[in-house]
Write a protein that binds this ligand. Sequence first.
Ligand code: GAR
Length: 223
Amino acid sequence: MVKTAVMVSGGGTNLQAIIDAHIFGEIKNCELTAVISSNPTAYALSRAEYAGIPAYVVDAGRHPNGASFSEAIHKKLSELGIELVVLAGFMHILGPPLVRAYRNKIINIHPSLIPAFCGAGYYGLRVHEEALKFGARVSGATAHFVTNEVDEGPIILQKAVDILPDDTPFTLQRRIMEQAEWRILPEAVSLYCEGRLEIDGKIVRIKGARSDVERGRSDSEPQ
Ligand code: GAR
């Protein structure tokens, strides 16, 4: 079982998707060891509590800078013996020492099709505002490994979602969550924990999948 920590900052719907998939046996070989929140009032903490997962707060607001915040997270992850870190709506950039120590062991969900609408400053609703402003016809979500270059790490899974003419940032955010994020993030975590991801530079190969279409459980409608 891969000891996994899910890092959150807000509502935690992606955390919930992971919890639900785990309960339904869709995430194999994974122990949900901890939820760590950067925000003491995040609703994600209640979700962890309802699911019986130990929850911790490393309050970003109580650290003088990003380096000290990141160091505190690193310490907590080490104490708990965490082997996989999942950033599920985590709104901070982790420092280079932590990212180096957990090389190819940190998975992030980003609410666009990287390399579009991503990088420093692109998080939450802002991503969807920019996609709409640009006049894009599709957006989506990307599950990827974290490197020190923001949103540039190796891509594990992506799923496209149509942008509709009367979309607002809120409606687009919701559709991307429902149709893409909540599907590909649990799937990426399972692939990692099953030992099915092979990373070769920027390229991630999925062992045992004959094609992307075949692996695409995420393409089917929710049950
Ligand atoms: C999600 O859309 C997630 O992809 C995004 O914030 C939202 C958090 O929602 N993350 C980023 O923008 C990180 N770059 P949640 O707390 O309900 O999972």
